[in-house]
Design a protein around this ligand. Structure first.
Ligand code: SF4
Length: 435
């Protein structure tokens, strides 16, 4: 397979980005060449997201363009979206030559060989596997300096609107040895930077007697030795424990940012969403966070237009973020996904016009709160981490991140991610700034 050149494009969340690392390692170990340029590829793998209803459209568009440019290129669609695909999809999307589900990445080399040999139009799906690919260490970390390690996959919460429990299965976690081996590979390539521990429910991590707080302390210790910072996502308001908060508070290099999605300020909507908490319980968690880690940047999500959401429900969401004033609010509109509880039990009865209107109101509120949060940091001396350097119109720029920097899948970089003019000597380096 030495002569087969493979291009990979990733869409969606950090989980998909981590899966791309695993696919790269499997293919390199099998002798395939990875290329960064689709024009020189024999096969293009499109690692595609299922979270939004239209998430796959951009990947299909890419497949069309690839085929227009290079008629002999073969295309593979994988990622969590692959779980939703059947043979009818392949018949109506002829620019996709094969589909590989997330549990079947070990079969990627065989799939590519079949394609190169001329076999097309098939799905590779290992239904009973819950493979975490633990022993496959990444060969290249693609997201330098923000590198991600998968702690686990799957989610048992089964929120009514969410496709992830269907596409990613039940919760399962990698062991601490695997996490430490991944860190070794990562720091062998680059010291410093930000290491993000990724899982659908990181606080529920439990493997061989090690819980998330214990793991976080071990990872922080190792990262400290390599001048790196640690963060994690996502957390759930009902499982984000005092033990984890104490670990954050004790470890100087664990970033002061937590993603605690609230989704709605209405108990009726939260109940229909099956989120597993009330507004009062959510606020109790926020109180604990602020008592133990007063400098924590709390990032939350508000979903507008969920099935049955009334004007009054929506107003309660806006009032809630006004009340607890998170550092960042990600606002998005509900879109119905098949294979979810909401699809079976509810009607998507909030019109697109109303969703747009509510999005606008929530955005404006979120932006105002965000500005106030940022202004409150003026005059404070903070540590920053330098990130990637780039050149535009002959001028050098460097990304820098502070300890409350947040980066959520599907959003633009936010938090204190600044771009400064000039080169800061080293990438992934720590320095101090007066804001
Ligand atoms: S907690 Fe809910 S929204 Fe998050 S991954 Fe699990 S089911 Fe989906």
């Amino acid at each position: 397979m030495k002569d087969t050149r493979v291009f990979i494009q990733t869409y969606g969340c950090r989980m998909n980005a981590c899966d791309t690392e695993i696919i790269c390692a499997i293919l390199r170990n099998a002798g395939f060449s990875l290329v960064h340029d689709s024009e020189n590829a024999d096969v293009a793998i499109l690692n595609c997201c299922s979270v939004r209803e239209d998430g796959h459209i951009v990947a299909l568009d890419k497949a069309l363009k690839l085929k227009q440019f290079n008629r002999s290129i073969k295309t593979v669609l994988c990622g969590c979206f692959a779980k939703l695909v059947d043979s009818g999809f392949l018949r109506s999307n002829t620019n996709i030559d094969a589909v590989v589900t997330p549990e079947s990445y070990r079969e990627m080399p065989g799939t590519l060989s079949r394609l190169v040999a001329g076999d097309i139009g098939f799905i590779v799906s290992n239904e009973i596997s819950d493979d975490l690919y633990q022993e496959i260490l990444p060969i290249e970390y693609l997201n330098i300096p923000n590198r991600a390690l998968i702690l686990g996959k799957g989610c048992n919460q089964k929120c009514a609107y969410c496709i992830e429990p269907y596409t990613r299965g039940a919760e399962r976690y990698v062991n601490l040895d695997t996490v430490m081996a991944n860190l070794d590979v990562l720091f062998h390539r680059h010291e410093g930077g930000i290491v993000t521990l990724v899982g659908h429910m990181v606080d529920r991590y439990m493997c061989a007697g090690v819980n998330f707080a214990m793991l976080l302390r071990e990872v922080a210790k190792e990262c400290e030795r390599h001048n790196a910072w640690v963060k994690y996502l996502s957390s759930h308001p009902m499982t984000y424990s005092d033990e984890v908060l104490s670990a954050v508070s004790d470890c100087d290099n664990v970033m002061r940012v937590v993603h605690l999605p609230v989704q709605s300020g209405s108990n009726e909507v939260l109940n229909r969403m099956r989120r597993g908490y009330t507004v009062e319980q959510y606020l109790e968690t926020i109180g604990r966070v602020r008592a133990i880690c007063p400098d924590m940047n709390i990032v939350t999500d508000i979903m507008v237009g969920f099935c049955g959401e009334t004007d009054s429900d929506f107003r309660q969401s806006v009032e809630l973020i006004e009340q607890f004033r998170p550092g960042e609010v990600n606002v998005y509109a509900f879109s119905m996904r098949s294979n979810t509880y909401a699809h079976r039990a509810y009607v998507d009865d909030v019109t697109e016009d109303i969703k747009r209107e509510r999005m606008q109101i929530a955005f404006e509120t979120a932006s105002r709160i965000r500005r106030e949060y940022m202004q409150s940091e003026l005059g404070i001396r903070q540590k920053f981490m330098s990130g990637a350097m780039s050149e535009t119109n002959g001028r050098d720029f460097t990304n820098i991140y502070n300890r409350t920097y947040s980066q959520r899948p599907g959003t633009r970089d936010c938090g204190e991610n600044l771009i400064v003019e000039g080169r800061l000597g080293l990438e992934n380096n720590l320095f101090t700034v007066d804001i």
